[in-house]
Design a protein around this ligand. Structure first.
Ligand SMILES: [Zn+2]
Length: 159
């Protein structure tokens, strides 16, 4: 198994963790990295991405377990993941994706109280150390640029 090495994640590990939920916070404010706010689901950029284009898709309701999702919400959430993948494919042309849920701290959940899917685009050779080094310095710029590239597509999104 290859480990994706992302040194800029140290900013997250060392940052003060606030009490409020980042997802609920993004829904209530004009959060600048939120791509989509629907009736039941939302999509935002991961501020501390493993790789450029790392998105998070979550239900609007603040809940932590899959069994708390209604059937309708479950369907909307999966549809949101599918549409997000479609947009990333068109805009960023990745070679593949890692998509998944981290349930519980032991599984690596940073925000375990609000369920969310990680959508991580992958490119051949993206574990290359030089690429990672090069991105350390420019990742904040990448975030905003990527956001600006993706936002118009999410503005047209209907779930
Ligand atoms: Zn929440």
């Amino acid at each position: 198994m290859k480990t994706m090495w992302a040194p800029w994640r140290m900013d997250y590990i060392l940052a003060d963790k606030k009490d409020e939920c980042v997802f609920c916070d993004a829904l209530s404010k004009n959060e600048d990295l939120t791509l989509f706010k629907g009736n039941d689901t939302m999509v935002m950029m991961n501020k501390f991405p493993y790789i450029n284009g790392h998105l998070l898709a979550a239900p609007v309701r603040h809940l932590s377990a899959l069994e708390q999702l209604g059937k309708h919400e479950m369907g909307e959430l999966l549809a949101t993941v599918e549409r997000s993948v479609d947009i990333l494919k068109r805009v960023m042309r990745p070679d593949g994706f890692n998509i998944g849920l981290n349930l519980g701290k032991v599984a690596g959940a940073g925000v375990e109280e609000h369920l969310h899917f990680h959508i991580v685009p992958r490119w051949f050779g993206d574990t290359n150390a030089l690429t990672v080094f090069a991105e350390v310095r420019v990742i904040p710029e990448h975030l905003k640029t990527t956001y600006d590239n993706l936002k118009p597509h999410f503005d047209n999104l209907t779930i």
